[in-house]
Design a protein around this ligand. Structure first.
Ligand SMILES: C=C(NCc1c(COP(=O)(O)O)cnc(C)c1O)C(=O)O
Length: 395
């Protein structure tokens, strides 16, 4: 499938075929793995083919990047060794003294990079819990980026991307959307005015908890030049086999995202009806305060497989809930075929100072759930049984 044909096909067809040329010599429909780190040259500066050294480019990375560009409806995509490396490269592309406006509720590792690494390199980040309202007032002459997670990790807050982009673009500021929680199947931020969309590929895109990777997708030739230079110069690139695995994983993204969304809604509805639950954060519920944004930005208004909830009984009850589930595994990460459960305040977001964490809604009793593709009824039973067990221990 040639890039010029991408616009003629739906998501599932692109997921299977984009970036997947048949081997011209063998006809193999699945690409070979090019593990070689270097490629012969017939004379100085005359490589045999299109490749010279794997850090600079690699056939499997090219194929995966081409697939993600198609799925995010972008001109370009660049893959990195992790989602965190992707964040780092984008911040590294900014000059010292630059300023970034970010939503308050971001992944703990993103908060860590912004406050501990970028700040040390002279890039300062201002956080806000209501970026649509505050972004204009927070912009400074040195502001270069607006950073959005929508839905956010772990409170599933949503941001109206086009509203923020309209303000940012008036000032020549780029908008980055971390689309990890939705995946390209449910949301395409570039269509709503974002300039760069990033993913932890580790999550839904690869989808099998066996690859660590990140990716950025965008349309700008200038960004391709700048970020492509840093991809090679810094060298935080994924290996060929990981690219091959992630390219295989993404071929079923549409099937997994639909199933995880169906399960997410089933679990969220069951939690919302439970007397043992204080609040549920799930953009697929009509009760979500920003449901209108989900209907505007998410394919078919899907809520995805991620949700969080506040359990009655505080931190102790939350910890005992995580110990009581049998299908949901207590572990960090998300977006894989297996369902996971974790406590952000004590795990993924522990590095964020408590006051800031709780200002963003990350309380000690908040439980985060990643619904996989198991049978939804089994997941609901597991969650309800764990709630009953915790309640029984408490009484
Ligand atoms: C590991 C977890 N998050 C990683 C993550 C990252 C970092 O991706 P890594 O591939 O883990 O480096 C970036 N953005 C978001 C929204 C993320 O959730 C987690 O939340 O359990």
């Amino acid at each position: 499938m040639q890039p010029s044909e991408h616009g003629q096909h739906g998501f599932g067809t692109l997921a299977v075929h984009a970036g997947s040329p048949h081997d011209p010599t063998t006809g193999a429909v699945i690409e070979p793995i090019s593990l070689s780190t270097t490629y012969a040259q017939t004379a100085v500066g005359q490589p045999v083919g299109a490749y010279e050294y794997t850090r600079s480019s690699n056939p499997n990375r090219d194929n995966f990047e081409n697939c993600i560009a198609a799925l995010e409806k972008a001109k370009y995509a660049l893959a990195f060794s992790s989602g965190s490396a992707t964040t780092a490269i984008i911040l590294q592309s900014l000059a010292t003294g630059s300023h970034v406006v970010s939503v308050s509720d971001v992944y703990g590792g993103t908060h860590r990079y912004f406050t501990k690494v970028a700040k040390a390199h002279g890039v300062h980040v201002t956080f806000t819990p209501s970026i649509e309202l505050d972004v204009e007032a927070l912009i400074k002459p040195e502001t270069k980026l607006v950073w959005i997670e929508t839905p956010s990790n772990p409170t599933l807050s949503l941001v109206d991307i086009s509203a923020v982009a309209a303000v940012a673009h008036k000032h020549g500021i780029l908008v980055v959307v971390d689309n990890t929680f939705m995946s390209p199947y449910i949301q395409n931020p570039l269509e709503h005015g974002a300039d760069i969309v990033v993913h932890s590929v580790t999550k839904y895109i690869n989808g099998h908890s066996d690859v660590l990777m990140g990716v950025a997708a965008f349309n700008s030739d200038d960004l391709k030049e700048r970020l492509g230079f840093l991809q090679n110069a810094i060298g935080a690139v994924p290996g060929a086999f990981d690219c091959w695995l992630a390219h295989r994983g993404v071929k079923t993204l549409h099937l997994r995202a639909r199933e995880a969304s169906r399960n997410g809604k089933m679990v969220a509805e069951a939690l919302a009806a439970s007397p043992y639950v204080r609040a549920v954060n799930y953009p697929g519920l009509d009760s979500h305060p920003q449901r209108k944004i989900a209907l505007k930005q998410h394919r078919d208004g899907l809520g995805g497989g991620m949700l969080s909830f506040r359990i009655q009984g505080g931190k102790s009850a939350a910890e005992r809930f995580c110990a009581a589930t049998k299908i949901f595994t207590l572990a960090e990460s998300l977006g894989g075929v297996e369902s996971l459960v974790e406590l952000p305040a004590s795990m993924t977001h522990m590095g964020i100072p408590k006051e800031q964490r709780e200002a963003a809604g990350v309380f000690d009793d908040l439980v985060r759930i990643s619904c996989g593709v198991e049978e939804g009824v089994d997941l609901v039973k597991d969650v309800m049984a764990a709630l009953e067990k915790v309640a029984g221990e408490t009484n």
